[in-house]
Design a protein around this ligand. Structure first.
Ligand code: NAP
Length: 647
């Protein structure tokens, strides 16, 4: 069978091919040419990318070099087409490694290569798929409940279905997508490039934008769910209230509440929680909020019936969500007041709102492995360099005589200057605005935002005001700030984020000996590898504590690692007729202690970063990952049974 990534045969004319090549990433194209010809000399000459930066997909090649590459490409593609698009010859491991280094203009250490090859799936094989062992009878006796049908719950469903394990997904919303179902606010889009932010085994050549908007993301998950026939296993509009372990017969009793309020109990041998970390809304209690006379809603509960045109809108919050809402609604509203507590660091991404041209979509569909190399190109810059840059240099702090912690290392100071230049360069010398939009905490200390200029263009509009003063109270038709100023409003939007640190809330999960998981955790949620917890047999988490990604990668990548690991666990339980498995308490405690120690040396944990959704009441971070992607991938690749108590 033809490798699915080898491209579909085509009869596109020379003129159409030449037009398509005007759109594509030239370095990526050149690697596709290598596949078509099997000739590495195509990349061993003068034509090569000159550098790498996140989302810079042309490798800083000059216009002249790109034109020369296109001319070569036209000849190669024409010959490939006329030969009937033959299946490319396999490329050796050394050649692939050379191609990786060439594309990103730097060394790609050997330890990353297997992970990247798996992510790229050049073999056409889904290498993260684990065939759960056991007979059909053994599997039939092992029903699994998955909580949530966002990207990770859907992935769990796809894997369980293919493994022949009976399962039910319980989803509180009426449709698939999780965060991409709920966050339908104007301007909602992903900020990880979509040709990477999709399952490795389900690439799409249909993205219309490089960073797709919410309807397209939700449609992607819908399409994948239909293709893998998972929908029939989902109980929609049904919420899991809690789950209790029954030691007598080694089952979980999962209590659900359906749309009609009717409660029922599902019996499962294992539970996979896939509830995410950003879906329980944070609604600060401002005095007088309930007296507001107009419509008021949270960004994740957007009321699409409210007409904003001509209205005075007050938006509280200027994080990732506020950054997307304000520029989208500003042109239609009469007036927009943005209440910002802390300015955000943002970095330039000219592609942020760019559409994917028809040439790129043609290349993704027809040029062998073009999409696979493009995936690698946008994955690699976020592959652990962000984590290295987030590390505190204790000597640097001592050397910085500013008195204020502006940076945590020389690299971080460089980043601060680069981001500052990007922000200040858009302010047209407006010192008052500069003072309000340039953060005073170390760069990347909160989740850094992508920007193509739309945020500052929005703030500089005549009908937009950025307010930095704290909110004192809310009146029926205004927000009143601590300086006593009234800001009249007809509509109030809370872009105030989520209760990120309250992992698994509000569910009540009761494990062995009646241990309540959230009580046991208190403010410090933890799980071994972010997946399993002692006293909670056969309970697995995807996107669990310590796995939120602030330094790069994508949550889909993490989910694929986690589901592979969970599939290994299920294999052990099912094929060997085990009743239970749970991590050894000492492994769990050791993992948590090491994770905390690692986290303390990273920028996000710095005490100068006061307001950040990562931190708990004690200023500690238990939800985000301080680990390299390659380490997490390697730790979750196989199951080490000596970490577990298996009965
Ligand atoms: P967020 O980053 O937590 O931002 C919440 C905003 O509300 C901040 O400006 C925060 O101020 C403000 N706020 C919260 N409580 C407040 C209070 N009591 N008084 C005044 N201001 C208050 O939430 P978010 O913007 O919804 O984003 C959350 C996460 O969702 C992101 O980091 C990202 O992981 C994800 N997300 C992703 C995308 C994307 O992919 N493009 C888009 C949206 C969201 P402080 O900064 O001072 O705390």
């Amino acid at each position: 069978m033809r490798n699915p990534h080898a491209g579909e045969p085509f009869d596109t004319t020379d003129e159409e091919i030449a037009a398509a090549l005007l759109d594509v990433s030239i370095p990526t194209l050149m690697l596709s040419l290598v596949h078509m010809t099997g000739d590495l000399n195509l990349i061993r000459g003068r034509l090569k990318p000159a550098g790498l930066f996140l989302n810079e997909v042309q490798g800083y090649m000059s216009e002249a070099d790109k034109a020369e590459a296109r001319a070569i490409a036209l000849d190669v593609i024409r010959a490939y087409r006329d030969a009937g698009c033959p299946e490319p010859r396999p490329i050796t491991a050394d050649e692939l490694h050379e191609m990786m280094r060439w594309l990103v203009c730097q060394d790609v250490p050997q330890e990353y290569v297997p992970m990247l090859l798996e992510e790229m799936e050049l073999s056409g094989e889904d290498d993260r798929w684990v065939d759960v062992a056991g007979t059909a009878e053994q599997k039939a006796a092992f029903p699994v409940v998955v909580i949530g049908c966002g990207q990770s719950g859907l992935l769990a469903g796809i894997r369980l279905k293919a493994a022949g394990i009976p399962f039910t997904i319980v989803e509180k919303n009426p449709g698939v997508g999780g965060t991409w179902w709920e966050n339908s606010y104007p301007g909602s889009r992903v900020d990880v490039g979509n040709h990477f932010y999709c399952y490795s085994f389900e690439p799409s050549d249909e993205w219309t934008e490089y960073f797709a908007q919410q309807p397209e993301l939700q449609a992607y998950f819908e399409r994948v769910m239909t293709k893998h026939d998972v929908g029939a296993h989902v109980r929609w509009s049904t919420e899991v209230i809690g789950a209790e372990w029954n030691d007598a017969d080694s089952t979980w009793l999962v209590e659900t509440e359906g749309p009609d309020g009717v409660r029922s109990t599902l019996v499962a041998r294992a539970v996979i929680s896939a509830v995410g970390q950003l879906n329980r809304i944070n609604l600060p209690e401002f005095p007088g909020a309930d007296t507001f006379a107009g419509p008021a809603f949270h960004s994740a509960r957007w009321d699409h019936d409210v007409e904003l045109a001509g209205k005075r809108v007050a938006m509280i919050g200027a994080g990732a969500t506020g950054f997307q809402i304000a520029p989208t609604i500003a042109p239609e509203v009469a007036h927009l007041t943005v209440f910002q507590r802390t300015p955000q660091w943002m970095f330039p991404n000219p592609n942020y709102h760019e559409t994917v041209g028809p040439g790129v979509r043609w290349a993704l569909r027809h040029l062998p492995f073009y999409g696979r190399w493009y995936r690698f190109l946008i994955f690699w810059p976020g592959c652990d360099t962000g984590l290295a840059a987030a590390r505190v240099d204790p000597d640097y702090s001592a050397a910085d005589g500013s008195g204020q912690q502006r940076a945590i290392s020389a690299t971080n100071e460089f980043t601060r200057q680069m981001f500052t230049d990007w922000i200040v360069g858009q302010c047209d010398g407006d010192e008052d605005l500069i003072a309000r939009v340039v953060p005073d905490y170390p760069a990347t200390g909160k989740r850094t935002l992508q920007d193509n200029g739309s945020w500052l263009r929005c703030l500089r509009r005549d009908n937009v005001e950025l307010v930095q003063a704290g909110i004192d109270h809310i009146e029926p038709d205004a927000v009143v700030t601590a300086d006593g100023e009234r800001h009249p409003a007809d509509v109030l939007v809370y872009a105030t984020g989520f209760q990120h640190t309250a992992v698994l809330a509000p569910m009540r999960i009761i494990g062995r000996d009646g241990v309540d998981l959230r009580e046991m955790w208190g403010e410090r949620p933890a799980a071994y590898l972010g997946i399993t917890v002692p006293w909670f047999p056969n309970f697995f988490m995807m996107y669990g504590p310590g796995t939120h990604l602030a330094h790069g990668g994508s949550l889909i990548f993490h989910s694929e690692c986690q589901m592979r690991y969970i599939a290994h666990c299920l294999s052990e339980l099912i094929a060997r007729d085990r009743n239970t498995m749970e991590p050894l308490p000492e492994r769990y405690a050791d993992w948590h202690a090491r994770t905390q120690a690692e986290m303390k040396g990273l920028v996000w944990a710095q005490p100068t970063i006061e307001h950040t959704y990562f931190k708990n009441a004690y200023g500690e971070i238990h939800t985000a990952s301080p680990w390299r992607l390659v380490d997490y991938w390697s730790w979750t690749r196989e199951l080490d049974l000596s970490d577990f108590q298996v009965a």
